[in-house]
Design a protein around this ligand. Structure first.
Ligand code: NAD
Length: 245
């Protein structure tokens, strides 16, 4: 029997990619919701929720999911730290999969970034550059934030203390414990992320280039299939792919 999926943000670019990627033998995307649609009845009748909409929509949807005991896969990015905390406070009631990037290749890059940060000494200074299409409404990308988190895990650094967004004016010399984040916007770029470790005499660069949104859609659908029946908790695509470092 196919899984009943509630897709939120169904008229968006990712919503359309998910509708194209969903194999009808596995998924029945029975509710295709978008802005101003009523969510509660659809939450009640689905097996799993997939959200690729707008960051302001996620918390309400998670509250409805928690009340109905339905697992949710969140693809939406751009939440404030407080919104993220509120959303994740429901992880004791339902299974939440939440990744800034659902592609398999990028999840391998998360793993490699963590390993590189741990292996290379603090003399190798990390910087993250990301590029996206001109429609993207938030910066930096959720993926860039996740990459910075992987560096912090590898080095036992405090994310809030080390991340700086772009540089301008008299910034002073770069401290060793810093991660510079740089967001480039333009054209039809689906997604490009580069993690550079600048050393003295060499530079290590890890790069991922997305050319088609279907990689995120396929990953999110794999996560939706995986999460049904899982215990309450917070999971990432790394858990779905068993790629924990
Ligand atoms: P988009 O702007 O093309 O589509 C967003 C859709 O959500 C639109 O149809 C819009 O009408 C709808 N929407 C807006 N507010 C809503 C609300 N309150 N309730 C329901 N629907 C609402 O954007 P997109 O490129 O499809 O991306 C959607 C989100 O997914 C963004 O946050 C983006 O950064 C994120 N994204 C995540 C991944 C990932 O792998 N995690 C990959 C690509 C995009």
């Amino acid at each position: 029997m196919s899984l009943k999926v509630l897709l939120n943000g169904a008229r968006g670019r990712m919503g359309e990619a998910i509708l194209r990627a969903a194999d009808p033998a596995i998924f029945d995307v029975c509710d295709r919701l978008d802005v101003d649609d009523e969510m509660e009845p659809a939450v009640e009748r689905c097996d799993v929720i997939v959200d690729f909409s707008h960051h302001e929509a996620t918390l309400h949807l998670v509250e409805l999911a928690a009340a109905a005991g339905k697992p949710i896969v969140i693809g939406t990015t751009g939440h404030t730290a407080e919104a993220r905390r509120q959303i994740l406070s429901h992880q004791d009631r339902i299974a939440i999969v939440w990744s800034g990037n659902y592609s398999i290749g990028m999840n391998l890059l998360f793993y490699l970034t963590n390993r590189a940060a741990a292996t290379l000494s603090e003399l190798y200074e990390p910087e993250i550059t990301e590029a996206h299409h001109h429609f993207k409404k938030d910066a930096p990308s959720g993926t860039a934030v996740d990459l910075a988190r992987r560096i912090c895990e590898g080095r036992q650094w405090d994310y809030d203390a080390v991340v700086v967004h772009g540089r301008s004016g008299i910034t002073g010399e770069r401290p060793a414990r810093q991660i510079g984040m740089h967001a480039v916007r333009g054209g039809d770029v689906v997604g490009q992320h580069t993690v550079s470790f600048f050393g003295d005499g060499e530079r290590v660069e890890l790069k991922h280039l997305a050319t088609d949104r279907k990689i995120f859609a396929q990953g999110a659908l794999a996560a939706a299939k995986w999460v049904v029946g899982k215990p309450a908790g917070f999971y990432e695509m790394q858990d779905v792919l068993e790629l924990r470092s």
